[in-house]
Design a protein around this ligand. Structure first.
Ligand code: CA
Length: 253
């Protein structure tokens, strides 16, 4: 199978490499990306995608996991060996285990088919923003709307209210904020906050995140902070504020 690379929409926007073997879906994705100002490049299999990636280093990769010539997970591994290029997965509704594995291997996020173009665009924008720079400033402060996490002082404030968090709750929030723009799996939170020997104890994460949310919401009654931590059922959590859910939009693909 020879290389199949098509260049479309040489706009000023970021270059997105669309890797998808289903031709109809791929064409729709490319059209949608071009309409939103991206420079879209398409590949119908993993080999072509990796060739293009190695030679041109696109700004972001949109990757279908089910490819004819190789496992999409291997595409992620190859890219992650050399670079932190944002990777957003296109996945089927029932591929929960694959999604988790893709995220564990370094994918940034996923969208579940069928999805809306606006939702996809929002995910890409967040992933690109994440790639553009670290979330924390040099003083160790991370800001998300009205919330400030001060890593040096071990303090979290919402507006002018100090939020009383346990060390675990503080660490969970820190991990999520440090990975803002990415979907963080429960496994990753467990490893970072509890340690590798706690693998599989997902209920710890669930209980502590619930508590963390409750405390944050209490510090900002009726405010937007209640939407800060978004649950992806069965997978993990992300810092929210995207204004786009995982439902199917009117412009669904
Ligand atoms: Ca496929």
């Amino acid at each position: 199978m020879g290389p199949r690379i098509t260049m479309k929409g040489a706009g000023p926007g970021p270059t997105v490499l669309v890797v998808e073997d289903d031709q109809e879906t791929r064409a729709a994705l490319v059209r949608a990306m071009v309409a939103r100002g991206y420079h879209a490049v398409e590949a119908g299999n993993g080999t072509t995608a990796l060739q293009y990636w190695a030679a041109n280093r696109p700004d972001v990769v949109l990757l279908d996991l089910g490819l004819p010539d190789m496992d999409g997970l291997d595409v992620i591994r190859r890219i992650r060996r050399d670079a932190l290029t944002p990777i957003v997965i296109l996945s089927g509704r029932y591929e929960e285990r694959e999604k988790v594995e893709a995220l564990e291997r370094g994918a940034d996020d996923y969208v579940t088919k069928p999805f809306g173009v606006d939702e996809l665009n929002a995910r890409l924008r967040v992933a690109l923003r994440r790639a553009a720079g670290p979330a924390a400033d040099t003083s160790g402060r991370v800001v998300a709307g009205p919330l400030v996490l001060d890593a040096t002082r071990h303090e979290v404030t919402v507006g002018d209210r100090l939020v009383d968090l346990t060390p675990r709750e503080f660490e969970i929030l820190r991990v999520l904020l440090e990975h803002a723009g990415r979907l963080v799996t429960k496994g990753r939170i467990l490893r970072a906050v509890w340690g590798p020997e706690y693998q599989g104890e997902d209920s710890y994460v669930y209980v502590h995140v619930s508590q963390l949310r409750r405390k944050l919401a209490a510090a900002d009654p009726g405010g937007s902070i209640r939407d800060l931590i978004v649950t992806e059922p069965g997978v993990g959590y992300r810092i929210g504020g995207l204004g786009a859910g995982h439902g199917r939009g009117a412009d669904g693909l």
